[in-house]
Design a protein around this ligand. Structure first.
Ligand SMILES: C[S@@+](CC[C@H](N)C(=O)[O-])C[C@H]1O[C@@H](n2cnc3c(N)ncnc32)[C@H](O)[C@@H]1O
Length: 194
């Protein structure tokens, strides 16, 4: 069930988003993920959430941050380019905390560009819902490769509406684990490194 009383619904078209014009060519409009689909995909990873950090690239108003925070991840972090959507996410996070609905160690929205965000070298579940074009996605993949090079545990990449799945399929690091919901979701994993 989606958490009630949070401002996470609706669609915000690209021309209404407060993001720089030069980024608009790559960005996609805001629309929240189906929480049912997200939970279905996440729970089929069969991971120990308490060993993992969750990050949503292009986290918007924080719908998936709110959903992920219901699991005991070490941390849940969203990176969102739009200041207005990030501000709404911060209000939603405050409301989740006020209601004591947060099971993750931390729950944070950060305003910024996905490809510029440095990752700590820890195990991650990475989430992208059709947030941006191939250049930004390749930038994110290059960051994962560099920043998580020394992480031994498997790294998971959940890709919803995977418009640029060929980049992950071409990556020497990730294997495709599954297609779900008629190809609407693809799950990739970087195997454990020993
Ligand atoms: C389709 S929405 C997904 C929202 C949320 N992840 C969810 O699943 O409910 C995509 C979001 O990506 C953001 N976005 C686009 N380009 C971005 C970039 N380069 N860095 C960070 N966020 C970006 C948009 O502003 C928009 O809020």
């Amino acid at each position: 069930m989606r958490e009630s009383g949070l401002d996470i619904g609706g669609v915000v078209e690209l021309d209404m988003l407060d993001i720089p014009d030069e980024m608009k060519a790559s960005a996609q409009r805001y629309e929240a993920t189906s929480e049912y689909e997200f939970r279905h995909i996440l729970e089929r990873l069969h991971i120990d959430y308490s060993n993992y950090h969750f990050i949503d690239y292009g986290s918007g108003k924080g719908a998936i941050l709110a959903a992920a925070a219901r699991y005991p991840f070490k941390s849940v972090t969203g990176i969102e380019l739009s200041g207005a959507l990030h501000h709404t996410a911060e209000q939603n996070i405050a409301e989740m905390k006020r209601r004591k609905r947060v099971r993750s160690g931390t729950l944070t929205s950060i305003q910024g560009d996905a490809a510029s965000h440095a990752l700590p070298p820890v195990p991650h579940v990475i989430y992208v819902f059709n947030a941006f074009g191939p250049e930004v996605l390749q930038g994110v993949l290059d960051r994962i490769s560099a920043d998580l090079a020394d992480v031994r545990e498997p790294i998971y990449f959940l890709y919803n509406n995977p418009m640029h799945h060929t980049l992950l399929e071409a990556s020497p690091e990730f294997d495709k684990l599954s297609n779900a919901f008629g190809g609407k979701w693809m799950v990739f994993a970087r195997p454990a490194r020993y």
